[in-house]
Design a protein around this ligand. Sequence first.
Ligand SMILES: Cc1cc2nc3c(=O)[nH]c(=O)nc-3n(C[C@H](O)[C@H](O)[C@H](O)COP(=O)(O)OP(=O)(O)OC[C@H]3O[C@@H](n4cnc5c(N)ncnc54)[C@H](O)[C@@H]3O)c2cc1C
Length: 473
Amino acid sequence: MGDIATGTDVLVVGGGPGGYVAAIRAAQRGLATTLVERDAVGGTCLNYGCIPSKALVSATDVAYDAGHAEHLGVHASPTVDVGAMSAWKDGVVDQLTGGVERLLEANGADVLEGTAAFVDEHTARIAHGGEGQGMETVEFEHAIVATGSRPVSIPGFDFADEPIWSSREALATDAAPAELLVVGAGYIGMELSTVFAKLGTDVTVVEMLDDVLPGYEEDVSRVVRRRAEDLGVEFHFGEGAAGWEPAGDDRVEVRTETADGEAATYRAERVLVAVGREPVTAPLELETIGLETDADGFLETDDRARTSVENVFAVGDVAGEPMLAHKASAEGIVAAEVVAGENAALDYQAIPAAVFTDPEVGTVGMTEAEAAEAGFDTVVGKVPLGANGRALTMGETDGFVRIVADAEAEFVLGAQIVASEASELIAEVGLAIEMGARLADVIGTVHAHPTLSEAVKEAAEAARGEAIHTLNR
Ligand SMILES: Cc1cc2nc3c(=O)[nH]c(=O)nc-3n(C[C@H](O)[C@H](O)[C@H](O)COP(=O)(O)OP(=O)(O)OC[C@H]3O[C@@H](n4cnc5c(N)ncnc54)[C@H](O)[C@@H]3O)c2cc1C
């Protein structure tokens, strides 16, 4: 194919949850929309992130729970075929990415395979993959940059080396390593540690900071760490990975160092480096349109997803924290609607975060400390899951629900939930914050019994000193 030129109203660069959602909404609004993706529609989330990881979290839960249910009178010793489990996970990914492709088409968005780079503020060059595939020039009125992020590597640990995994290789494996050294105890490191520990791998985690899930409150991290320890995961805090070398027998030896220069070594079959993700902008040639990134490489945007270049928008991981799929999609919707001339903007106060460890973590809004820092006089209600009937019937009593509200008007400001299904439970508090609900609204909502969601209501009651099923403090 030679060099051809086409025109479009909206060019969306990147087909992850930021980009594909933006493209569908733009097309729904009657705008001629072209989405360009260089790898796989669905982006990191559907292909290498949220979806494959949650498929494995669920599948390993089934195997682990079945094998650890003697106290329920269930005796079973499941054997896991990791290859078959991985094939099932790939099927889930294919089903979802195929669905996204069909939705793009059905809504009238064109999809181009290739890598986009800006030529000027209204022109992009698309380099198609593969030899002799040629170039295409697309002229556009508006562009929405949704190029996402990639895993951060650490010096000396190259993901091209077979024993060194990013989350992507970890999720693609069809055999569980005998030992896995995980570098980094953030949410990705902790979710995958849980998956592999449940597959029977000896998991060791080294983390520079002093607890798991850095950035979360101490009582949240503690529940997750203790449960991981119960699964056999070994933690070494205050250590950073410094280098590795082959140690024979398909093993590597990894050297770590503390801030004081104290060294330790670990032997493992595979090393998962999960120390964070960084924005992807390199191939875009942003300088040709005068668009600069901030010190961390992100594109700065306002609450309408606008960058400093009038007709160029940015959404998702490339536009900054929190690097989460639902935040990417919410920004994608806003960008498309603003391009369509609507008065859309994203309210960032109620963006939830979920960690799919065992138990799960769900947070939304402000912590008590954040609310105090924002000038609120706070009331807090915290109830242990052990006081919830449904949690007992599930044998899942680790964790708690905490609600933070403002003391005077009792507006719900935030929640931290550590519980089985916390990722689902947090939605109720997100809605409460979004609607400006008060504690009385949550308390006055009759919750079905017996459900975990009753713990959310009970936490709201506890914030008023009116809990029924736990002592008020
Ligand atoms: C292991 C793991 C688990 C995760 N779990 C969760 C979770 O449970 N919940 C959650 O909310 N988030 C989760 N995330 C984060 C989530 O995947 C990201 O926040 C989300 O994918 C961001 O969406 P995006 O559209 O901004 O970017 P991406 O999904 O990264 O998509 C960007 C796309 O742009 C394409 N691209 C880049 N440059 C160009 C170019 N120049 N031309 C053409 N195409 C280009 C890329 O190929 C990619 O497909 C997880 C991530 C990982 C790695």
